[in-house]
Every structure is written in structure tokens, then in C-alpha cells.
Design a protein around this ligand. Structure first.
Ligand code: NAD
Ligand code: ZN
Length: 393
């Protein structure tokens, strides 16, 4: 047996941990920070609270509020310049994956020369970065604990995955209360992203015992709490389980990587503007069914079915696998994830999307079976109409 496992960040998890922000910074001898966020998180009232905790702890703050979804490379220099001009000691990212990823990339550009595009890949960032505190406000990406930042290269039309050394957050303050006001549609999409992380890492070629344990627990937590979190956002237990699940899924995919669902989702965001979670949710059941051609994946899907609370006693691997796929599709429908046609993707774009998918080397490489352009076109068509799933069970 041989594996690598780890995460770059120290984690503090629990209701109210965000109140410890100044204390955490003081322990790192930080006096001045750049606080990075987007307008949605500001409007949710979260930023004003964090700024107050920082002020109460005598931490000086410079703000960068221009984060955009699927963060484009074009916004980063401004943030890095602001940090350099103001001589900040550290960064604080508050928000979903977009804010945390933008902060990670800005952090790279404070100490390493630009442009960011030259660092596309793993372990490409050579010079140490500043301390970064990540405070997630969505239960989805797990970016608070991963060593990767996903940035849209606006020229090459590609989501770059920049990761490894010097790219992660130093401390993750993971506070379920911050996710209570997340609107239902964003709760659904980000939650399906977390479920995709858990499922893709579980069937990945690079799965190992520590990643598998985290994947299965994440599948259990997310599948049993997502619907409640969407329908009754103030249920703090459901919110806690979702945030825990999304973080555990990230513990897993940090080492096991992802698969074809993410390989398709990235071009769907770049070419069609889909939110990351919606793009994943649209493809997930169809990629699961496609991967289940492989008997090993059928066995893995049987474990997934069990983790989702499905009784698989007496079922063959293929039958149990079909049940897991169907359960994922039903969950997606219950939380009202739209089909690709409903979000305005056009069939004319399929060819471009399929070619771009094959260029997502890292995710393609980790997928349990080989995938061709024809396979991707079939998956896109199924996700376009939301078709029934046929699997040899
Ligand atoms: N680095 C990683 O490990 C990793 C992993 C997966 C995905 N990602 C990336 O993360 C990005 C997606 O992040 P995301 O899905 O969290 O979405 P996001 O950060 O884009 O946020 C989605 C929307 O929700 C709003 N929002 C966030 N928290 C809120 C709250 N508590 N209340 C009200 N509104 C709130 C935001 O303002 C935004 O409008 C993508 O670019 C994706 O590629 C990164
Ligand atoms: Zn994702």
C-alpha cells in the first residue's frame, strides 16, 4: 500500500468560530490584513460582522470587494497591488469558493511575479506566500482546506487549477452559522458540488483508505442534509452537517483528485457561464452511470448507495450501483437543479465543450475509466434533456 494524504490548513470548526478571527491573526503576529470578498457576501451582512471582529481586535483592514464568480485572472493584479501598497501582513478571505480562490491567487501575486497564468499546474509557486485565513460562507467547494485555487484564464478560455506548495490557506475558520442565510438555489448548487467532490474522489483512481473514509462520511452527511438545508435554511443542524460534509469531501479530493464531472463542469462555466455547482450537478448522475460500465466502479457505487442510506441487501453490484445513480438524480431533482437546456446551454456548443473537456487533464487522469469525445457528447446530451438513466443492471 502506498499513498499521500494531507491538507495545508489548520481547521477550527464550530458555531461562532468566526469571532476568533482577531485572536487567530494575533497568534500569527499580524497587524494589518487585506480582506477579500464579493458583493453577495457583503449584502448578506457577513462582511460587516467580520470587519467589526477585526476592529475590536485592533487589526487594521484594507478591503478588496471586487471578486467575481468563477474568478477571472483579470481581477487579481488590483488585489495584489492593494496588498503591496498597504504593506499588509496577511489576507482574510470571506465567502464562497470564488472569494477564497481569488484570495489564494492574489496571495501568490503578492510575493511571486505575475501574470498568474504562468503558475497553471501543481507545485509551480516557488516563493512563500503570506498567511491566509479562509472563512467559507457556502457549503460546497471546500477551498478553505485545499491547496488549489481555480482561476479562469480569460484568454485561453480555461479554468486553471493552480495548487500545491504555497497555495493553501493557513487557517480555516469554518463556522456553520455563516451559511444560514445562503439562498435555496445557491445552497442546492454548492451542496451538489460538495456531493460531486465526495463521489468523484471515492471512485477516483487515486483513492486511498484515508480519502475513502472522508468521501463516504461526506456522502452520508450531504445526502441526508441537503434537501433540509435547501428547504429550511435556518436549520443549524442541517447547515452544520452540510459544511462538515463539504469540508470532509475536500479532505478527500485534495489527495484523490476528481473526475469527468469536473472536467465537463469547467468548460460549462467558461463557455456558458454556469455556476460551478450547477455545472457539476447537471452531469453527475450521467457520469456515474457512464463510469459504472466498469465492474470496479459498480462495487464502489454500491458503497455510495449504502452511504446514502439505501438498502442494498441482496442486490448485485450492478443493481445497487443503478440505485445510487438514481438516488443522486432524484436528490438533484428534489433541490431543483435545472437541466442544461433550462439554463440556456445550446447543442451548438457541445462540440467546443467536449474538446475543452478533454483538455482538463488532471480530472480526466483521475477518472476511473477512459473517456472519449463521443462519450462526452453522449453525457452532455443526457444532461441537456435530463433523460432517464439506462444502466445495465
Ligand atoms: N479551490 C478549490 O479547492 C475549489 C474546489 C471546488 C470549486 N472551486 C471553485 O469555487 C468557485 C465556486 O465557489 P462557490 O460555489 O462557493 O460559489 P461563489 O463563491 O461564486 O458564490 C456563489 C454566490 O453565493 C453568494 N454567497 C456566498 N455565501 C453567501 C451567504 N452566506 N449568503 C448569501 N450569499 C452568499 C456569493 O456572493 C455568490 O454570489 C468556482 O470557481 C469553482 O471552480 C474551488
Ligand atoms: Zn467542485
Amino acid at each position: 500500500m502506498e499513498f499521500q494524504f494531507g491538507i495545508p490548513s489548520k481547521v477550527k470548526f464550530g458555531n461562532g468560530v468566526v469571532t476568533q478571527i482577531a485572536e487567530v491573526l494575533q497568534e500569527l503576529s499580524v497587524k494589518k490584513v487585506l480582506c477579500i470578498y464579493d458583493q453577495g457576501v457583503k449584502q448578506a451582512g457577513i462582511i460587516d460582522k467580520v470587519l467589526q471582529f477585526l476592529k475590536d481586535g485592533n487589526i487594521e483592514v484594507v478591503e478588496f470587494s471586487n471578486v467575481l464568480p468563477n474568478p477571472p485572472d483579470t481581477i487579481l493584479e488590483e488585489g495584489a497591488n492593494l496588498a503591496k501598497e498597504n504593506n499588509v501582513d496577511a489576507l482574510v478571505a470571506v465567502g464562497g469558493g470564488s472569494s477564497i480562490d481569488a484570495a489564494k491567487a492574489i496571495n501568490i501575486l503578492i510575493t511571486n511575479p505575475g501574470p498568474i497564468n504562468q503558475y497553471d499546474g501543481i507545485n509551480t509557486v516557488k516563493i512563500a506566500t503570506k498567511p491566509l485565513i479562509a472563512i467559507p460562507t457556502t457549503a460546497g467547494t471546500g477551498s478553505e482546506v485545499t491547496s488549489v485555487t481555480v482561476i479562469t484564464d480569460t484568454v485561453r478560455k480555461k479554468k486553471m487549477v493552480i495548487g500545491g506548495n504555497n497555495c493553501g490557506a493557513t487557517v480555516a475558520l469554518v463556522d456553520p452559522e455563516l451559511t444560514v442565510g445562503l439562498p435555496p438555489a445557491i445552497t442546492a448548487a454548492t451542496g451538489m458540488d460538495a456531493l460531486t467532490h465526495a463521489i468523484e474522489s471515492y471512485v477516483s483512481k487515486f483513492a486511498s483508505i484515508p480519502t475513502e473514509i472522508n468521501s463516504l462520511k461526506a456522502i452520508e452527511l450531504i445526502s441526508s442534509n441537503l434537501e433540509e438545508a435547501v428547504k429550511n435554511g435556518s436549520n443549524i443542524e442541517a447547515r452544520t452537517n452540510m459544511l462538515l460534509g463539504s469540508m470532509l469531501a475536500a479532505f478527500a479530493f485534495e489527495s484523490a483528485l476528481l473526475g469527468v464531472v469536473h472536467a465537463i463542469a469547467h468548460p460549462l462555466s467558461v463557455y456558458c457561464g454556469l455556476p460551478h455547482g450547477v455545472a457539476n450537478a447537471c452531469g453527475l448522475p450521467y457520469v456515474m452511470a457512464f463510469n459504472a460500465k466498469d465492474p470496479n466502479v459498480q462495487r464502489r457505487n454500491k458503497d455510495i448507495a449504502r452511504a446514502m442510506g439505501i438498502n442494498v441487501e441482496g442486490l448485485s453490484d450492478a443493481e445497487a450501483s443503478a440505485k445510487a445513480v438514481e438516488a443522486v438524480k432524484q436528490l438533484s431533482e428534489k433541490v431543483e437543479i435545472p437541466t442544461l437546456s433550462e439554463v440556456g446551454v445550446s447543442r451548438d456548443q457541445f462540440d467546443t465543450l467536449a474538446i475543452a473537456t478533454l483538455n482538463e487533464e488532471v480530472s480526466i487522469m483521475a477518472n476511473p475509466i477512459e473517456v472519449t469525445k463521443e462519450d462526452i457528447l453522449d453525457i452532455l446530451e443526457a444532461a441537456y434533456v435530463g433523460s432517464e438513466i439506462s444502466q445495465n443492471a
